[in-house]
Design a protein around this ligand. Sequence first.
Ligand code: ATP
Length: 460
Amino acid sequence: MSEKKSPVTMEKLVNLCKARGIIFPGSEIYGGMGNTWDYGPVGVEIKNNLKRAWWKRFVQESENSFGVDAAILMNSRVWEASGHTTSFSDPKMDCKECKSRHRADNLIENHSKGKVNPDLMTNDEMEAYIQEHHVCCPICGKFNWTNIRTFNLMFETSRGVTDESQNKIYLRPETAQGEFVNFLNVQRTTRAKVPFGIAQVGKAFRNEITPGNFIFRTIEFEQMEHQWFCKEGTDGQYYEEFKKKAYTFLTDLGFDPEHLRFKDHDKLAHYAKAACDIQYLFPMGWSELNGIHNRTDYDLSRHQEFSGKTMTYIDPVSGERYIPYVIEYSIGADRLMLAVLSEAYDEETLDDGEVRNILKLHPALAAYKAAVLPLQKNLSPKAEEICAKLKKKFSITFDSAGSIGKRYRRQDEIGTPLCITVDFETLENGTVTVRDRDTMQQIRLPIDELESYISKAIEF
Ligand code: ATP
């Protein structure tokens, strides 16, 4: 597999995002709040477009898939049934010298340069490896560890109007359970027949031990999850189908297949029949972008057991009763955003030696579909008129400050696919120039044709 030739580094991305209103550090004026990030005016548009593209592909265009938007705060029994209260944890070790906290599995993976797989080890085995190989603290370089302790990643809060009546509740660590608990609600109200899917996009929270790499791993993030309910025996076929669908979604967004690869899980959860990730070649190396899991009938069976309510599906034709299997496809919206930005980032040296920074985003993802630019200030009224008309259909920006060349560069940097320039000819014959971000080619178009031209250019 080829290493990435693109000039992107994490530092360049973080700087670009901050400078151009894509992503800012969270609570910045108070010195920040570790591993939280705020999306700015450009970033929120790109992220919304990503979520829209995902929803279009996996709900709108999918046969028999339906959306839900479940509450973040759920009955605590949900997390007992799902196993999160007992086993949603990471093996944590503290450095007694510098007090930094680490995941034992990450220490081993980094020390062995990926040759040893800690997923296959018990806590005792991980401790033994760290001792034997004298794995030092990556922060201070010393070797003085606590034992491994497991650390539950769920954020706790409490609910109740008086101090005495407080009940412990959790911020959901994944959106999936909102889809499982609504399985029969959705089935009944849509009259869907198995196989069918339930999708959701929403916030999830994890008290990660080692967050970092910008928006790759944060403590608050958004997930886009799709659960496909099917009959046992058909699960293998749908697992393969979702692997394909998840991959095609990425290549259709413009990802280079050289930067994507499947990685089967070496160790399966006790209930899982199959599991794999799609990894992306991020600026810091190959890492998980999304997961596809065959979860068997575990989730619905557990909810049936813990809630006492049936989760059984009755086939309307055969009358057969069964608890469906689930194929889960799960991708983080923020992690996808990082991948999309990394993939789109480019630097081009022009003939005059100037370096052009471009975000080669799929036009459907770009924050602004076009920028309207008056060649000179006195053309602004006409340009504003065109801009106002287009804004009724698309997200459009307007820029009249600085030379036209500088304005083109600003739009290239945030990935605006088209620049519409209003010049003196516009006043004479009602035409404008339209410049393409990637080729920098310009064509002349009548104003009346702009709407259909943009619509075609941004299709996904
Ligand atoms: P990882 O091994 O990277 O922690 P995971 O295997 O725990 O991820 P899942 O629980 O399968 O992840 O979550 C599904 C998807 O949600 C991941 O593929 C990723 O895109 C996203 N995701 C998970 N944790 C985070 C996080 N802390 N920050 C941002 N995105 C996340």
